[in-house]
Design a protein around this ligand. Structure first.
Ligand SMILES: Nc1ncnc2c1ncn2[C@@H]1O[C@H](COP(=O)(O)OP(=O)(O)OP(=O)(O)O)[C@@H](O)[C@H]1O
Length: 888
């Protein structure tokens, strides 16, 4: 989340007005409040805001996290002079939605206590991050950091002092532990201890959170018991034991031999059970890892591109470490003199936060057993926490352009000391140049040191490594990867020719892969690996479509999910409005879905992903933020509810299934308005035919009934919640500034209103009852026999409904006890997932050329009819005119 911070240096007298002005912005939004503290008026402000926030939290209307911070440090400017309380409201999108500044003079201990009470009621973003995502937070090491504007308030200092106290209590035990074998210098060991300290600190401070902490500890213990603990560098024996325990036969992995990877990396590969390198890995690792070349890599979705650039990075870092160690042994000098550690060596940029986290986790997994640290830096998470992660000086940083540039431009030393950067990677590179979305990327590229200089082999004369005598770093390598690089016809030709020279760009924009690569320092002799086939999509992907009217898309989606809802399914919408509409309808229809879109708070985004990952038959309704790169095993089906804007997005969306040599199915819902767009889309990847998804039409009347009820319910519920939110907003704000609300309604109006409300609530109840009744029985084809089931198979939903029905019936039967045999028996049937249904069905194929021809014919016919109609109309008009003139 990008924070836009401004201060309004207005006076405390405007408190009422200003709070009133802020709250409308909160409606429905998830916001973060950053509070600057330090003065007398805090007591009043703190109480006032606390009350309002609590009310709204309890009403479930807002979800606020309070991030403390000094007025001076947070805001600078006017506030620096005047101090006071500042409330910042920032939406997930980074759009500024409200602000308030109040003034006062410092009032000492009492205010501070109040403020602390105010802040302690909430779980901060940091804690939530830690609990949920196991990020390791190293302890702050001030010495390492360049002078930056301090965010410290007095109370934070006290907080830290308290932490220190507890830390000192725990240090002894940790020291003993470290001596007992845990590598004391390991970042992770440190991080672990810091987490413990944090835990203890919080225990002392927040009894409320004990429950959460317990879960956290439990989770951690579980993780540890799974054996995911990282062994210290060089200490591979634990690893080997793991592997031997799992009886890996190294001979099975012979295909990796020619890639000459470091033994520690090979151990990770054994552990991950990757028996052979994928083609893109085979093609990229030799030039990237052993010849020091830049690489442009294009291969189908799910083909292992992350390791195609990840392994060479780790390989080179390990080789350098070994060389350094040898030099240290030879010369007997301190390792820091020979080769300073703790410099940024690889910067990997991805377009989305989820992808950055995924790539980072993937690399961490492979880097287990080495000393190399990988850290994700993404928006939507606490900046402070990420700054602390960077203080650990990780060698590899994976991030999104926005947050990276925010930290870089803020002077984050680890990110701006780039003289030792050996790898610059652009994952999903073609996304980075779309619509000038990533201006920050341009800024990042601009601060990269030049690569073409003659400094190769010479000592780097920079702040941190003036003493590097014999340490020779090779020049920086640039890697550019995506599944759809070859979709640009122009670029494909260049890939084929092996020449990347771009035409002189008219402006400074990064509007083509060529300019992007050149500006990033890509060398002319880059290895170009294009393994994409003509159709670009994954080999084992079955692409299908359903033609339907726009208003019937919900019905077909419901059909797919309820009749074939087996395995994980991702449903893609192009707009957030459509996503909200679809997911809300599905929920009313009793289908549980998770949602993911860019306007969600990051925490919620990650939670949705985690839950989707954890559910065998989960359904994720997402916008295109989830289209690229996400690697979720077991996604069997992708549904394009709305057509994507480009062929690239279609390929990436579809590529969430059929990954890593598995199969999968994509279903595109095409309305008449979509056909020409769809044909154009297919044309761009030379696709001429498409299979029609088989639909058992006899289900549709029943589905239509359910949908009609669900739509009515949805509409009413939306209207109600809107009205409620408006009313409670006015009421609460009036209360917060102690205004009495007058009731202007006459008695007659009140009676009418009451009657209307009653009628409305009765109507709602009736609709719900009717829908419940329909949902309580299995979705049946029209000609469904009540006694025997035949047809398209049983989805999990159907299975569940059958079981319910059976237990009901059998229950009734037992009650009657008349000795008759039960009439309904549920026999487990195999589910038919979309891909299977497709394979079972006949090969009905849409010839895109033919259908485009047909469409043209229909359009011509329509045009001709229209012209004919117009001609006849004009003729009649003229005739009438003439007749009129004749009679006159
Ligand atoms: N050599 C291998 N053998 C088997 N599985 C592999 C191998 N390398 C990577 N994988 C697995 O393949 C899956 C896809 O990998 P990855 O996410 O890197 O694909 P990708 O090509 O980057 O996909 P996308 O284009 O969608 O981003 C991951 O689950 C990864 O663990």
């Amino acid at each position: 989340m990008e924070k836009i911070r401004r201060d309004l240096g207005n006076g405390a007298s405007e408190v009422g007005d200003s709070i009133f002005a802020i709250w409308p912005c909160f409606r429905g939004a998830l916001v973060e409040v950053v509070m600057g503290v330090g003065c007398g008026s805090v007591t009043i402000w703190g109480n006032l805001i606390e009350t309002v926030i609590n009310n709204r939290r309890e009403a479930g209307q807002i979800d606020l996290s309070i991030v403390g911070g000094g007025g001076v440090a947070v805001t600078g400017g006017g506030a620096a002079v005047m101090g006071g309380l500042l409330v910042y409201v920032v939406e997930e999108t980074g759009r500024w939605v409200g602000e308030k500044g109040g003034l006062g003079k410092k009032n000492g201990e009492e205010d501070d206590q109040k403020r602390r009470r105010f802040i302690e009621g909430f779980l901060t973003l940091e804690e939530i991050d830690e609990v949920e995502y196991g990020l390791e937070i190293p302890k702050p090491e001030r010495a390492n950091k360049k002078e930056r504007p301090s965010k410290t308030t007095e109370s934070r200092k006290r907080k830290r002092a308290k932490k220190k106290e507890i830390r000192s209590k725990t240090t002894k035990s940790q020291e003993t532990k470290q001596k007992e074998g845990v590598d004391g210098s390991s970042g992770r060991a440190k991080a672990g201890s810091e987490e413990k300290v944090d835990e203890e600190t919080k225990k002392v401070k927040k009894p409320k959170k004990r429950k959460k902490k317990k879960q956290k500890t439990k989770k951690k213990e579980e993780k540890q018991s799974e054996g995911s603990e990282k062994p210290a560098a060089g200490g591979t024996s634990d690893f080997k034991e793991d592997i031997i325990g799992d009886s890996v036969d190294e001979a099975d992995y012979y295909a990796w031999n020619e890639l000459r990877l470091h033994p520690l990396l090979m151990e990770s590969i054994f552990r991950l059970r990757f028996k052979t390198p994928t083609p893109i890995q085979k093609a990229c690792i030799p030039p990237a890892a052993h010849q020091g070349k830049d690489v442009i890599g294009a291969a189908e979705t799910g083909s292992g591109k992350t390791l195609a650039f990840g392994l060479p990075i780790l390989q080179r870092l390990l080789e350098e470490q070994e060389k350094d160690n040898n030099l240290v042994a030879e010369k007997g000098e301190a390792v820091e003199k020979i080769a300073p550690r703790s410099l940024l060596r690889a910067l990997i940029i991805t377009p989305t936060r989820e992808l950055a986290l995924q790539v980072s986790n993937h690399l961490k997994e492979v880097a287990k057993g080495t000393n190399t640290r990988v850290v994700p830096i993404v928006g939507g998470m606490s900046t402070e926490k990420q700054e602390r992660l960077l203080q650990e000086r990780p060698e590899i940083v994976v991030g999104t352009p926005g947050r990276l540039w925010e930290l870089m431009s803020g002077g984050e030393i680890h990110l701006i000391e780039l003289h030792s950067l050996s790898f610059f990677v652009l994952d999903e590179a073609d996304r980075m140049i779309e619509n000038g979305h990533f201006r920050e990327l341009q800024s990042i590229i601009d601060i990269l040191p030049m690569t073409s200089g003659s400094d190769e082999g010479h000592p780097q004369n920079t702040q941190n490594c003036t003493t590097v005598a014999s340490f020779q770093r090779k020049k920086r390598q640039t890697f550019v990867f995506s599944a759809t690089l070859a979709l640009s016809a122009d670029f494909r030709q260049k890939l084929k020719r092996g020449s990347l020279k771009s035409k002189q760009s008219m402006n400074d924009e990064l509007n083509s892969i060529e300019t992007l690569s050149e500006r990033a320092g890509m060398k002319a002799n880059a290895a170009i690996v294009d393994l994409t086939n003509e159709t670009i999509v994954a080999d084992k992907l079955e692409e299908t479509f359903i033609e339907c009217r726009e208003e019937d898309k919900d019905a077909y989606l419901y059909y797919i999910l309820s009749v074939h809802g087996h395995g994980r399914t991702m449903v893609f919408c192009t707009s957030i409005a459509a996503l909200r509409h679809t997911s809300s309808l599905l929920c009313i229809l009793g289908i549980n879905v998770w949602t993911l879109h860019a306007q969600m708070q990051q925490r919620a985004r990650l939670k949705a992903m985690d839950r989707f990952r954890g559910s065998e038959h989960g359904i994720l309704v997402a916008t295109d933020v989830a289209a690229r790169g996400l690697d979720i095993p077991g996604v069997r089906t992708v549904v394009h509810y709305q057509l994507p804007h480009s062929a690239e997005v279609y390929v990436h969306r579809s590529g969430r299934t059929a990954r890593a040599s598995t199969d999968g199915c994509s279903i595109t819902l095409i309305s008449p308005n979509d056909t020409s767009k769809f044909a154009a889309l297919c044309k761009s990847f030379s696709k001429e035919t498409f299979r029609r998804f088989p639909i058992e039409l006899s289900y549709m009347p029943e589905i239509a009934k359910r949908l009609s009820l669900a739509r009515q319910l949805d509409k009413s519920l939306r209207r109600d919640s809107q009205e409620k939110a408006n009313k409670s907003w006015v009421k609460q704000n009036a209360e917060s500034i102690e205004l009495d609300m007058e009731d202007n309604e006459s008695e007659e109006e009140q009676v009418i209103n009451h009657k209307q409300k009653k009628a409305h609530s009765y109507h709602l109840k009736r609709l719900q009852k009717e829908l419940n009744m329909l949902l309580s029985r299995p979705l049946q084809p029209k000609a469904f026999s009540q006694r025997f089931l035949a047809g398209a198979g049983v989805s999990p939903l159907l299975q569940h409904q059958f079981e319910e029905l059976a237990s009901q019936k059998l229950g009734d039967f037992k009650k009657v006890g008349n000795g008759e045999r039960g009439k309904l028996l549920v026999i487990g049937q195999d589910f038919v997932e979309p891909l299977q249904a497709l394979r079972n069905a006949s090969h009905e194929v849409m010839d895109l050329k033919e259908s485009a021809g047909k469409r043209r014919n229909v359009e011509n016919l329509k045009r001709k009819r229209k012209e004919e109609k117009k001609r006849l109309h004009d003729q009649r008009r003229k005739q009438k005119k003439r007749q009129k003139a004749g009679t006159e």
